[in-house]
Design a protein around this ligand. Structure first.
Ligand code: OXD
Ligand code: MN
Length: 581
């Protein structure tokens, strides 16, 4: 196979000359191709078969133990001027980065097959979708891209029709953690990733394209590429709302997107449109519309059970790839938080020895096609996307942030998003549990200077007539003994219901300097064993703590010097003045 697109053909020829693979395979995205690659990987030991009776077509991949998460310290944005990448990104000059990467890619595919994967992010016939081509020497990447994106013949056809595409070059190299780089060249619409096979570093359609490169394109073109789930909520009366929510990695986006309503919520339906990424465009009616660029989920496995995420639990019982989970004596996948079975072999392939170490890696993952999700919404395939009623920001915070509050207006909402802070998780290499600023949950993913990004967000008041309301939630408030105050999971629908009621102007709120909070009794707790005092503490605003928080936000903004939009600083000062009044 080859292509009629000269730019693509020339690039493939250049890459092949540089990396010198034994053979080149153009991927068509067919089931036969997927099956063939699975069989090859079973033969090579890259994949292990799981119990095919209880988990048909489920396989286990054990990654190199040094290659289990995104590597933010080795991820670079290569713009001509460092200031354009901003303090939020590692930066290297494009010329230097290219020289370095050419050295690494030189001859790296000798003895290997080079796979060419044309893919489309977004429904294949959507005006909002964008294409790319990933070249990789990893069959694991190909099968994961098959589940996660619309890849193969139809994507290539679109590329040949349209001409433009993002170029992504990937090699696992020697998986040497010292020789690992994830480089982005936004001006060239190019990504180069070397030395890692881990999802976020290697499935280039996901974080590298659909967030870092796309956010850069979105700024130039007037839209938003965001780290957000998209969920559809239908009331018993048939009223439907679409909510987009941004949370840092491994903070429950997949669970919220697949939520099962509490027992007392008879007739409510929640359906998933996306669990990780949303592309938001202003439509002809001046509303924000969202599409999910992905067609599969690369989800965190630990903690998934019938109670926390029944839909995910069911959907990963067939046709799924597991990475770095443990296995039971019956050869079933096992992870911490699974409510049945016992692990006998840990994620590294060692016999469990009672050392107390986690059997599954805390960032072990499942990859599965979205259509397997029992709560899948067919609107995920709608080329027009869905109109968004509310945008929700949140982080993992033990204290300070109330269960929910609503921003006073869009400008204040941008401040709320820019101030998001969260405790780090196992999704990225490095220390877990350290609170850091993660504006709009995009700290690892914004492909340009955050200050310009906040300015871009602010510009939407002039671009759109009917902007969504903005909210902030915190499912993770704890008491002094470290006990979570809010039950979370399915009960988060109670909070989304208040959010929807606010969007429909059906419920009043208490105005505070940090935003609108629910009035006493307005969060439905029917059927919960939560007392009034706990609800009051979940919905309290500690003025002194908030003043300290806004001071910390000011210090954070200082890193961005004179690029911080004046309007954003004015919003911050407005909140401070309110708190002091
Ligand atoms: C992810 C992440 O894999 O955010 O979605 O790390
Ligand atoms: Mn994510």
């Amino acid at each position: 196979m080859s292509t009629t697109n000269e730019d693509l053909q020339q690039w493939i020829d250049e890459v092949a000359a540089l990396t010198r693979p034994d053979q080149i395979k153009w991927c068509d995205g067919s089931d036969a191709e997927y099956r063939g690659l699975i069989d090859e990987m079973l033969a090579s030991g890259d994949l292990l078969e799981l119990n095919q009776e209880t988990h048909p077509n489920c396989y286990l991949h054990r990654s190199d133990p040094n290659d289990v998460a995104r590597v933010e310290h080795l991820t670079f944005v290569c713009t001509k001027h460092q200031q354009d990448a901003g303090p939020n990104n590692n930066w290297m000059h494009p010329a230097e980065a290219h020289a370095q990467m050419n050295g690494l890619f030189e001859g790296c595919m000798q003895g290997r097959t080079m796979y060419v994967i044309p893919y489309c992010m977004g429904p294949i016939d959507s005006p909002y979708a964008r294409c790319g081509v990933e070249v990789t020497d990893s069959p694991y990447v190909v099968v994961n891209m098959n589940l996660m994106t619309r890849m193969g013949a139809a994507a290539l056809e679109r590329i040949e029709r349209e001409g433009s595409f993002v170029k992504g070059l990937h090699s696992i190299g020697d998986l040497d953690p010292e020789v690992r780089f994830i480089m982005h060249f936004p001006d060239e619409l190019q990504i180069q990733s070397f030395g890692s096979g881990y999802g976020g570093n290697a499935l280039l359609g996901k974080k590298c394209h659909a967030l870092r490169i796309a956010s850069y394109q979105a700024r130039n073109e007037g839209w938003l590429a965001e780290h957000m789930l998209i969920v559809e909520v239908e009331s018993p009366q048939g009223e439907k709302h679409y909510l987009a929510a941004a949370f840092p990695s491994a903070c429950g986006k997949t669970n919220l997107a697949m939520l099962i309503p509490p027992e007392t919520y008879d007739g409510w339906k929640v359906r998933t449109i996306g669990d990780d990424i949303a592309w938001l465009h202003v439509d002809d009616d001046g509303r924000l519309r969202a599409v999910n660029p992905e067609s599969g989920y690369f989800g965190v496995v630990p903690g998934t059970n019938r109670k926390t995420n029944h839909n995910a639990y069911d959907m990963i019982r067939r046709d799924a790839i597991f990475t770095n989970v443990a296995v039971t004596a019956d050869n079933e996948p096992w992870w911490e938080g699974k409510d049945s079975g016992e692990p006998v072999i840990d994620w590294k392939g060692n016999q469990i020895n009672g050392s107390g170490e986690a059997a599954a890696h805390p960032n072990s993952r499942f990859t599965v096609a979205a259509k397997q999700n029992p709560s899948y919404s067919p609107l995920a395939d709608d080329p027009a996307g869905v109109p968004i009623s509310a945008i929700i920001f949140g982080g993992r915070r033990r204290e300070l942030a109330p269960l929910v509050y609503e921003a006073l207006d869009w400008g204040h909402g941008v401040l709320v998003g820019a101030s998001v802070a969260s405790e780090t998780t196992a999704a990225a290499a490095g220390k877990v549990g350290v609170t850091r600023r993660d504006p709009m949950a995009m700290k690892p993913f914004c492909g340009y200077n955050f200050a310009n990004y906040w300015g871009h967000w602010l510009s939407f008041t002039a671009r759109a007539k009917r902007l969504p309301k903005i909210f902030h939630v915190n499912w993770f408030r704890q008491d002094q003994d470290g006990k979570f105050l809010w039950p979370g999971f399915g009960d988060n629908l109670r909070v989304m219901r208040w959010i929807i009621d606010r969007c429909e102007n059906r419920v009043d709120a208490v105005e505070t300097p940090i935003g609108y909070l629910p009035k006493d009794g307005d969060i439905d707790t029917n059927g919960l064993t939560i007392d009034d005092a706990t609800m009051r503490s979940l919905l309290s605003v500690d003025r002194d703590a908030w003043l300290a928080e806004l001071e910390a936000v000011a210090e954070y903004f200082e890193e961005y010097e004179d690029r911080v939009p004046e309007l954003l600083e004015a919003e911050r000062e407005r909140v401070v003045a309110g708190l002091k009044a």
